[in-house]
Structures are given as C-alpha cells and as structure tokens.
Design a protein around this ligand. Structure first.
Ligand SMILES: [Zn+2]
Length: 91
C-alpha cells in the first residue's frame, strides 16, 4: 500500500503531496523536497540580501557624492575667501 505525506500537514503553504511505495521512500522524497524548498527559500533570501546590498551601496555612493560636493563647495568658498583676503591685502 503506498504511503502518502501531505506537506501541508507540516507547512500550510505547501501544496506538495509526497507519495512513496513505503515509508522509507516517502521520507527520502520528503527530504529531497524539503531541501529543494529550503534551497528555493535561501535563493530568495540571497536575492533579497543582494538587493538590500545594492540599495545600501547606492546609499553610500550617494552619501559619498554629497560629501564630495560639499567638500568642493567648502574648498571653493575657502579659495574665494582667501582670494578676497589677498585682494584686500593688495589694496
Ligand atoms: Zn513542501
């Protein structure tokens, strides 16, 4: 008599039904199925992590860009200030 394991009994979201000719086969299939589900879940997590990283990197790049722009502005203001001081001193 074939053995049946409904994955939904363990994981409500999963519709997989595992059928084997005996308990050993059902367990072997269940194990394979579980590792596949786990691999899929890990792949999804990895994708999310990569996306989060990309966002994070963009944030850092943007922040670095803003800082660089601010530094340039500061340098410019400083240079202008020094030029004005030199002009004033030349008078
Ligand atoms: Zn399942």
């Amino acid at each position: 008599m074939p053995k049946v394991l409904k994955c939904a009994d363990l994981m409500p979201d999963c519709k997989t039904v595992i059928v084997g000719k005996d308990a050993d086969e059902v367990f072997a299939k269940a194990e394979a199925h579980a590792s596949k589900v786990e691999a899929d879940a890990n792949a999804k997590l990895a994708k999310k992590a990569v996306e989060a990283d990309a966002k994070n990197i963009k944030k850092h790049v943007d922040a670095a860009e803003d800082k660089a722009k601010a530094d340039i502005k500061t340098e410019k203001v400083k240079a202008e200030g020094e030029a004005n001081v030199q002009k004033a001193a030349a008078k």
